[in-house]
Design a protein around this ligand. Structure first.
Ligand SMILES: O=C(O)CCC(=O)C(=O)O
Ligand SMILES: [Fe+2]
Length: 484
């Protein structure tokens, strides 16, 4: 395996938000940020005096929680075998293997042993009053978790019933793994960004830029390599040897930013506790849409032969897409429609504020940037079959109600919550922008949101956005300048 680059390491206290955006978000490049975890409760409560996981603290305080645990020695299709157990069962396991000091043996014992890794624990959702950490300002512009605080990703009852509710609760996780546990090669859900903070322990990351990701797939571009350290058949994966990897050893109190679409494999080199979020915003929204299009196309090809005998072919495709990818076109459309409206409402309200101080200007700038990103994605959604008149009946009633009538959305209490959290979020983002000279003056923006408007499809959302800025549509284009 060729390692071609090391991930850059930067002191987070010396990096401005604008620089983070310019260097890493816009270029979609990874970085390790140091010195951002001072004062986190997790760094005190979850770590012993000698810097190891304070596993008894979890047993004592969170023992009853039910969590997903992966067995790193057992592969099931593209992932590790998962079992559900309580935190106290996991901590019992942890204490039993560390007392016999057999982690290494467990790892190499011919596959009969298991090596358990507690993963994807929705800790914040489960313990909202215990403030284990605060999200660093670089990562607060997080539309995914912001939305999920007031909305569900799916509204169709048949999909939500299938899924464990906490599964789609949010994308804020805690991971706890003994030395030797690992995560197979993957790209993140929705092709979102992730950030991952080591509360204690050490991780080895191997990352592959999106431009090279075709190299880790088989010749049909269907299945990808599971473990980069395994003996990879050149016949099956002809490109694998050509891949040039980025490497990073992440120490305690360091946070790695993983950009969109980078495949990565992760190994816990020590007993490790980490906190991670998946997130997306205006800078990678099109990654999410592109993934949905790709997965939709595959889902459709897969069942193409039954098209003729189905009345509701499109809705089966959308159902499969939601089940496999985590959301479908309609879920995504509800998401961007509501987000666009929330940003417009925020802008409109800012206009009414008398004293236009600089942070309000940068809030306006951010909201405009968000709207611009949504406008771009909605424009490219316009032509998809799923939104053609004859297919709109494959969109569930729940979804249609959620996006169509602007008046109804504006009266929806969940939407009010979304607006309120968006305001707080943009405010927090703007604190990092104080030295940035923003040209936008919200009081000059003539904004009209007609509440009798109906959003029937993506092109109507585009129209709504354009109509909202009657004479100043160029304002949306001007935001292209971004932070540079
Ligand atoms: O820490 C791990 O084992 C995996 C983390 C990961 O894949 C991520 O943060 O995207
Ligand atoms: Fe990941």
């Amino acid at each position: 395996m060729e390692i071609g680059a090391k991930v850059e390491r930067v002191d987070g206290r010396k990096l401005s938000y604008a620089d983070f955006v310019d260097r890493y978000l816009k270029n979609n490049l990874p970085v390790v940020l140091t010195d951002l975890m001072d004062g986190w409760q997790a760094c005190t409560d979850w770590v012993t005096a000698d810097g190891r996981p304070n596993i008894r603290f979890f047993a004592d305080h969170f023992g009853k929680s039910m969590v997903q645990v992966a067995d790193c020695c057992k592969r099931v299709f593209t992932d590790q075998k998962r079992v559900e157990m309580s935190v106290s069962e996991y901590t019992d396991y942890w204490l039993s293997i560390s007392s016999t000091k057999c982690n290494k043996v467990a790892n190499s014992n011919g596959g009969t042993e298991s090596l358990l890794y507690l993963k994807d624990w929705h800790f914040v959702k489960e313990y909202p009053d215990y403030i284990a950490y605060t999200t660093p300002s670089f990562f607060v512009d997080d539309w995914l978790n912001l939305y999920l605080d007031s909305h569900r990703l799916h509204r169709d009852s048949d999909i939500t019933q299938d899924k464990n509710e906490t599964n789609c609760a949010d994308y804020r996780f805690v991971y706890i793994g003994v030395k030797g546990t690992w995560t197979p090669l993957h790209a993140d859900v929705f092709r979102s960004y992730s950030w991952s903070a080591n509360v204690c322990g050490k991780k080895l990351w191997l990352l592959l830029p999106p431009s090279q990701c075709h190299l880790i797939f088989d010749r049909y571009q269907k299945s990808s390599v599971y473990d980069v350290y395994a003996d990879i058949s050149e016949k099956k994966f002809p490109g694998f040897k050509k891949a040039v990897w980025w490497e990073c050893t992440q120490e305690q109190n360091e946070i790695i930013f993983v950009p969109s679409g980078w495949y990565h494999q992760v190994h816990n080199l020590e007993d490790t506790i980490s906190i991670n979020h998946n997130w997306f915003n205006g800078y990678n929204l099109y990654w999410v849409w592109n993934l949905l299009v790709k997965d939709y196309t595959e889902a459709k090809e897969y069942i193409e032969d039954i098209r003729e005998i189905c009345d509701d072919f499109e809705s089966i495709c959308q159902r499969n897409l939601a089940a496999n990818t985590g959301m479908n076109f309609y879920d995504f459309f509800v998401f961007i429609s509501r987000f666009a409206l929330a940003n417009l409402v925020l802008l409109r309200d800012l206009k009414n504020v008398e004293s236009v101080v600089s942070h309000l200007r940068s809030t306006a700038f951010n909201a405009l940037n968000n709207i611009r990103a949504i406008h771009l994605v909605a424009s490219s959604m316009g032509s998809v079959e799923a939104f053609a008149e004859e297919n709109l009946n494959s969109c569930s009633e729940e979804n249609r109600i959620a996006y169509s009538e602007v008046k109804r959305i504006m009266e929806d209490l969940d939407f009010h919550d979304l607006c309120a959290t968006l305001r707080v979020t943009l405010r927090a983002v703007c604190e990092g922008l104080h030295d940035y000279n923003v040209e936008i003056r919200p009081e000059k923006i003539d904004l009209a949101i007609s509440s009798d408007f109906k959003i029937g499809n993506p092109l109507e959302l585009v129209k709504l956005i354009q109509n909202a800025f009657p004479d100043q549509f160029n304002i949306l284009n001007a935001c292209n300048i971004g932070f540079s």
